[in-house]
Design a protein around this ligand. Structure first.
Ligand SMILES: [Fe+2]
Length: 335
């Protein structure tokens, strides 16, 4: 009898425990997220356990863990990662009136296996007073020889660049995109190294003239503890290139519920929370991302860089063309 009771208590305890947590595998590496997860814990009483790693590593981990994975939610910093996870059958469809009503159709998977949570654009930065802005126009134009020795951009193994090239493929096809990538390589001021912020710093310090970076890094540099980042960005200005027949390149950070999520209800609640106005405001204000929820404004700082027309290429296409983009970078010799 005692044994039976102990066992049932144990089962009860474990099910109560399971019902009060959500396990998150996240590629996002921003302090804002810690605050958001805490807000969610305080609001719901559901504990958020986070595993942080690069996208490839988390996808590999989900694959190898299979049915035994403790993960409930996968969060990536780009559309390519969401696409890869879906394609590898690592995500499941979720039914959420809130998410389908509030996240535009072009910002979520057609089977509702992932949802964009924030948008970011990939822009050009130039040194104030350099006159470079007079040269800047489209992404296509960055391959023009007039930029020889002027382009500073990170390596091609970075997914942000892969998605930019994936968009180029969608607009103009593989042949054109290959020519474009070769043109940009020929214009590089140096062999790619460092992250987006390192490119901005390089141009600020006299290497090349045009740095390619995601918008939120500009905000992070403006409000950085590190004076060298603040000094560098103070010398720089944002330019929003467009595709010839489109707008400024947009990528997304987003989330999906994993296929074998042990806490599915919590996982959905968690993603709904990240798409709520409270969370969207924090993404916008503290991490300088563009919110996906209508009615939530970008931060004042982000707005001060100017407005732009978003590109028309679908977020799904960024994932669909990812493998082609990787191949093209290789052919073009983009390190
Ligand atoms: Fe990033």
């Amino acid at each position: 009898m005692l044994k039976k009771l102990a066992l049932s208590t144990l089962v009860l305890a474990s099910s109560v425990f399971a019902a009060s947590e959500v396990n998150v595998y996240s590629v996002r590496h921003y302090d804002t997220d810690k605050k958001l997860f805490k807000m969610f814990e305080e609001k719901t009483g559901i504990k958020v356990n986070v595993v942080k790693a690069k996208g490839g590593a988390l996808i590999k981990r989900l694959k190898s863990e299979g049915k035994n994975s403790p993960a409930d939610v996968l969060i990536t910093v780009d559309a390519g990662g969401l696409y890869k996870a879906k394609n590898a059958d690592l995500l499941q469809s979720v039914e959420s009136d809130y998410l389908t009503k509030n996240i535009a159709a072009n910002l979520r998977d057609k089977d509702n296996k992932w949802f964009a949570l924030t948008k970011r654009s990939r822009v050009a930065l130039y040194k104030i007073g350099s006159g470079t802005e007079k040269m800047l126009s489209t992404y296509e134009d960055l391959a023009d020889p007039k930029f020889k020795g002027k382009i500073v951009v990170r390596s091609s193994n970075n997914v942000y660049n892969q998605s930019l090239l994936a968009a180029m493929i969608e607009h103009h096809g593989v042949e054109y995109a290959t020519k474009w990538a070769k043109g940009v390589v020929a214009n590089m001021a140096r062999t790619p190294k460092g992250n987006d912020r390192a490119q901005v710093k390089a141009v600020a310090n006299g290497i090349g003239a045009v740095a390619i970076a995601n918008t939120y890094y500009v905000g992070k540099m403006v409000n950085n503890k590190d004076v060298s980042q603040r000094d560098a960005i103070a010398k720089m200005k944002v330019f929003f290139p467009t595709f010839e027949n489109g707008g400024t390149h947009i990528n997304v950070s987003g989330a999906g519920v994993t296929k074998f999520s042990p806490n599915k209800a919590n996982a959905i609640k968690f993603i709904e929370f990240l798409a709520s106005s409270d969370a969207q405001e924090l993404f916008a204000e503290a991490n300088y991302e563009y919110p996906v929820l209508a009615g939530v404004k970008s931060s004042e700082l982000v707005t001060s860089w100017g407005t732009f027309k978003e590109d028309t290429v679908s977020i799904n296409a960024l994932g669909e063309n990812n493998a082609k983009a990787v191949k093209i970078f290789d052919i073009a010799g983009w390190k």
